[in-house]
Design a protein around this ligand. Structure first.
Ligand code: BES
Ligand code: MN
Ligand code: ZN
Length: 507
């Protein structure tokens, strides 16, 4: 989908669909002009009660007299400055409304919306340059929401169907400054939507299609398509040479080969240290010998959404052409029970040299991540961020609204929190305390792979913390945010959060 910004008059602008925000009390000058051109139609609708400007309401008018547009979509926005998170939901609804019609293009007076201040209270210490004009923010969200609304997974088919006929969305502006801001914002939002849709497709694909081999193939395809990306795929034999026996213990029960995928995006200066993203790529998590219960086990095809978000960010980086170096690392395996599977009680030695007693084969994410995190050090990272559908406990704690965030560096934590607020893809910080680390004590190895007692998300993070001591690191537990259970589908999160963070770092 194409996005544009134009200095043009809404009443005479030729479009299949004109979108006009309507406030509660009085019409804005721009809406007033439409009212006059249509012979008082907006005032009439207010009197009849069909469109009073109440926030979150819609009204369609077809073949409106007096203006050039074929359709008019009135969007009630109320009188108060708009909460950003709520506006994102509303823009998404607008996009879906327009996509239902045969409109091939649309235009809107989006820069008239008044936003409330970002709810940035819990992250004052941010170093990232997150400040951006409201017009640029609207441009980003508009492109992102329209772009994401196009995604539809066709059940049983392994292709995405880009629904609707809509090919272009234009923001009508009344000054050059706004125009420039919207254009910059549009470019970022379109890039985020492209990335987020890649993430959703990989997540939605069934585990018999989206195997570790499929992810390796995608990585190679990415490098062929984009000159700024290089890919390297390590085989099980090469991982064994690197002594990644923790990772390899997870793949012991499956027939499918495991891979360690590295993708490098070089958008910054040659000597600039990279941000390394490490994504959990368990293409199906049956639990292994510690088998999961049958109900909803199908959802464990989503256990590679961390990996999928790394792929999504790579696509988005190319599309947005951010001047930054980013390395994506994806350890990818399938976790299955069989005669060759790892047993509860088995002890393995990780690449770091630390030994692990595997008390529960269902706590497999941390077993593949720990070796990938040790491997990450060779890229001399500025920052390492892992992304994983790691614990059911995180879903209990935060539901589907916030990603769980842990970090050994408060500046990084604040940057990520703040990026999440701006992107409308929020995270919430949880503790990385040594009390949780102590719960990992094992009688037979340096540590157990599960923590006794409660705090399952924090003990999982503490486990990873034992492998990330040499660099600035954050862990995002996306078990609750990466997919939705009804209607089922991958959400594309946390691609918007990560892109906003990387944008801040790059500027
Ligand atoms: N992939 C799961 C975590 C998960 C569970 C994500 C439910 C989304 C929804 C992970 O591998 C897992 O099984 N974790 C266990 C850890 C436990 C055995 C310590 C869990 O959360 O139950
Ligand atoms: Mn598991
Ligand atoms: Zn898992």
């Amino acid at each position: 989908m194409e996005f544009a910004a134009r200095l043009a008059d809404a009443a005479t602008f030729k479009t299949d669909c004109l979108i006009v925000p309507i406030s509660g009390k009085t019409l804005s000058p721009e809406a007033k002009a439409i009212d006059v051109a249509t012979g008082g139609m907006l005032s009439h609708l207010r009197t009849t009660g069909d469109m009073t400007g109440t926030n979150n309401t819609f009204c369609w008018l077809h073949k409106p007299a007096g203006i050039a547009a074929k359709r008019l979509l009135l969007m009630g926005v109320g009188d108060k400055p708009l909460n950003r998170q709520a506006l994102i939901t509303q823009l998404s609804a607008v996009a879906k409304e327009v996509l239902k019609t045969p409109a091939r293009n649309a235009a809107g007076l989006f820069t008239e919306l008044t936003l409330s201040n970002p709810d940035d209270k819990q992250s004052k210490n941010t170093t990232a340059k997150n400040t951006r004009s409201d017009d640029a923010w609207i441009g980003t969200q508009l492109a992102q929401q329209f772009g994401e609304a196009q995604y539809k997974f066709e059940a049983g088919k392994t292709t995405v169907c880009h629904r609707g006929k809509l090919g272009k969305v234009t923001t009508l502006c009344n000054n050059a400054k706004t125009l420039k801001a919207v254009r910059t914002g549009n470019a970022l939002g379109a890039a985020i939507a492209t990335g987020s849709n890649v993430t959703r497709l990989l997540g939605d694909l069934p585990a018999n299609v989206c195997t570790p081999g499929h992810l390796a193939k995608q990585a190679r395809a990415l490098a062929r398509k984009h000159p700024k990306i290089t890919t390297k795929v390590l085989s099980e034999k090469q991982m064994a040479e690197l002594r990644m026996h923790s990772l390899l213990s997870v793949t012991a029960g499956t027939e499918l080969p495991a891979y360690l995928i590295t993708m490098e995006y070089k958008g910054g200066k040659a000597d600039q240290k990279p941000v390394v993203l490490v994504g959990k790529g368990v293409t199906f998590d049956s639990g292994g010998i510690s088998l999961k219960p049958g109900g909803k086990m199908d959802e464990m095809k989503y256990d590679m959404c961390g990996a999928a978000s790394v792929f999504g960010v790579m696509e988005a980086l190319v599309a947005a052409q951010l001047p930054i170096n980013v390395v994506g690392i994806v350890p990818t395996v399938e976790n299955m029970p069989s005669g060759t599977a790892t047993r509860p009680g088995d002890v393995v030695k990780s690449m770091s040299g630390q030994t692990i007693e595997i008390l529960n084969t269902d706590a497999e994410g941390r077993l593949i991540l720990c070796d990938a995190l040790t491997y990450a050090a060779r890229f001399k990272p500025d920052t390492v961020i892992d992304i994983a559908t790691l614990t059911g406990a995180c879903v209990v704690a935060l539901g589907s609204h916030a990603t769980g965030l842990f970090s050994n560096d408060q500046v990084l934590a604040d940057d990520l929190l703040s990026a999440g607020i701006i992107a409308g893809d929020r995270a919430w910080q949880l503790p990385l305390w040594e009390e949780y680390d102590k719960q990992l004590k094992s009688d037979f190895a340096d540590m157990a792979n599960i923590g006794g007692g409660g705090g399952g998300s924090a003990t999982a993070a503490a486990f990873l913390g034992r492998f990330t001591k040499d660099y600035t690191w954050a862990h995002l537990d996306i078990a609750g945010t990466a997919w939705s259970s009804g209607p089922k589908g991958a959400t594309g999160r946390p691609v918007p959060l990560l892109m906003e963070y990387l944008r801040g770092k790059a500027s």
